[in-house]
Design a protein around this ligand. Structure first.
Ligand code: GDP
Length: 525
């Protein structure tokens, strides 16, 4: 690919993830987006998560028909000349470190909030990770067709609970049964929920942001209420600030109803225009690598185990950070300095027979992995070695004590444990004095996958006894006194030998902080 061509291709990429609490409407919105992308023709194609992920058969059929990659975790489609990549972040049963790490591979995030519920626990957790990255966050306040909370409250909550300014791009006129439409502050028009008698979907606003007085809607009290809200937003609300938006300090807020497909296209159109194309990526040596650098490089952000016991292979998901990916290319794995040929049997990418597509910076490719890759690995083509900065570690919240069922099989137990931990499937800790194994994860599913894989891949049956949820806090070894440990704050060490306490809860942590005011405790992300 010529340099200019690569530049143009990269500039088309919009790679993002949708973060939300289960049931806020992520699947429904994703489906609407796919409709606009021309990927599916009918709503209902994407099956709800409750029945277990997207229905595979549907996906495969869609994939064949429309030539998109939907197989695992990445949805790709074209819209208004842009290539959209949506990275799936699993819902709560599937919640794991993968969910967090996926957020390391996107350039923007869309936060979907149920307008009746406001900001919920999982949204808050995911938001924290996105915020840390300083990437733009777009907000969609969903379910406007139902009676929800006051829009002004919802905006205030963004600031109060998440610490991000909200800027309302549009504003609901009514809600639930009384939903009339959206007051669009950007396009300066009203978008009607149901077309009026003349068949109009949009009503223009004048320079003062008001409807022509002949419009019947001007007689409705809901219209005047809306004008009052808009005045309040203009006078006392946040000022629109694109720079802040790009840094993730202000979030553009859109209202709508995914189920009735209202406001979704308006959102998408703005999103496509505002969301950034892939930017430079930071390398381990502190420099930055431009996405249009000629040589391919990328990093592994997720490894998905194939749960089918007859296939042991895994898929390593690689975010392309620079250059173009080509089938059959030779790459170097930075960690081992090993050369790998990515021949056809070891790779798949977003593509099909019908659509000729290329994968460039911003895209995700999947590589069949027979044990070469670890999470965070860099691969690069070309002569100059590349190493992307380390992926952050996330503080686990759930813990399990784990032992081999058969003590005669210690060897396979240790081997499996070592490899799975290296791969980043779970975090391993040892108790300080007795060296017992303790596993940490951010979601229950990680333990289940661990147990399954120990049995199936390493022939090691494990016994797990839950410790439950704990607050993990690291302590400076110089400040540590083993007498500080108790049942309420179990002392363990991590893989690097660093000591940390697993506090029973926040109260136990506070109690500790009161008792040892000089001791500094730190959390990871
Ligand atoms: P997810 O768990 O975030 O993927 O949520 P889903 O998209 O599966 O939606 C959860 C439930 O909310 C489903 O029953 C949807 O039909 C419903 N839902 C999603 N969007 C809307 C909406 O805009 N209005 C209403 N009334 N229900 C919605």
């Amino acid at each position: 690919m010529k340099p200019q061509e690569l530049k143009d291709e990269v500039a088309k990429r919009r790679t993002f993830a949708i973060i939300s609490h289960p049931d806020a409407g992520k699947t429904t919105i994703t489906e609407q987006l796919l409709l606009y992308g021309g990927v599916i023709r009918e709503a209902g194609t994407v099956k709800g998560r409750k029945s277990g992920h997207f229905a595979k058969s549907d996906w495969m059929a869609i994939e064949k028909q429309r030539g998109i990659s939907v197989t695992s975790s990445v949805l790709q489609f074209g819209y208004q000349g842009k290539q959209i990549n949506i990275l799936d972040t699993p819902g709560h049963e599937d919640f794991s470190e993968d969910t967090y790490r996926t957020l390391m591979a996107v350039d923007a995030a869309v936060m979907v909030i149920d307008s009746a519920k406001g900001i919920e626990a999982q949204t808050k957790k995911l938001f924290k990770v996105v915020k840390q990255r300083g990437i733009p966050i777009f907000t969609f306040m969903n379910k406007l067709d139902r009676d929800g909370r006051e829009p002004l409250d919802l905006i205030a909550e963004l600031e109060d609970l998440l610490g991000i300014e909200g800027y309302a791009m549009n504003w609901p006129i009514g809600m639930g049964k009384g939903l009339v439409g959206l007051y669009d502050r950007v396009a300066n028009r009203i978008e009607l929920y149901r077309d009026n008698e003349a068949g109009d979907k949009y009503l223009p606003l004048n320079a003062d942001g008001e409807l022509d007085s002949s419009e019947p809607l001007t007689n409705e009290s809901i219209y005047r209420d809306t004008l009052g809200d808009i005045e309040l937003l203009n006078d006392a609300g946040n000022q629109y600030d694109l720079k802040k938006i790009m840094r993730g300090e202000q979030t553009p807020v859109f209202f709508g109803s995914a189920l009735t497909n209202f406001g979704v296209q308006t959102f998408l159109d703005h999103f496509v225009n505002m969301a950034p194309e892939p930017g430079p990526h930071r390398l381990l040596d502190g420099t930055e690598l431009s996405p249009t650098a000629p040589d391919f490089s990328g990093f592994v952000f997720k490894i998905q185990a194939n749960m089918n016991p007859s296939h042991r292979d895994r898929i390593a998901f690689v975010r392309i950070g620079a250059g173009e990916f080509e089938r059959g290319m030779d790459v170097t794995l930075t960690r081992t300095d090993k050369k790998l040929r990515l021949n056809n049997s070891t790779e798949f990418m977003a593509d099909s027979r019908e659509q000729v597509q290329t994968a460039v910076a911003g895209d995700i490719v999947g590589l069949y992995d027979t044990g070469n890759f670890q999470i965070g690995d860099t691969i690069y083509a070309g002569k100059t070695p590349v190493e992307y900065e380390k992926l952050p570690q996330f503080t686990p919240e759930l813990f399990m004590r784990v032992t081999p069922k058969n003590v005669m099989k210690q060897k396979s137990f240790h081997k499996g444990m070592q490899q799975l931990v290296q791969e980043g499937a779970v975090q391993l800790y040892r108790t300080y004095t007795t060296n017992d194994y303790i596993l940490g994860a951010v979601g229950q599913l990680q333990f289940e996958v661990f147990k399954f894989r120990m049995q199936n891949e390493y022939n090691s049956e494990v016994v797990m006894s839950p410790i439950g949820s704990r607050v993990a806090r690291w302590i400076d070894p110089d400040q540590l006194d083993e007498k500080m440990s108790s049942t309420r704050n179990l002392l363990v060490k991590d893989m690097q030998g660093q000591p940390l306490f697993l506090f029973e809860n926040q109260y136990a942590e506070r109690w500790f902080a009161d008792k040892y005011p000089d001791v500094k405790l730190t959390a990871k992300l």
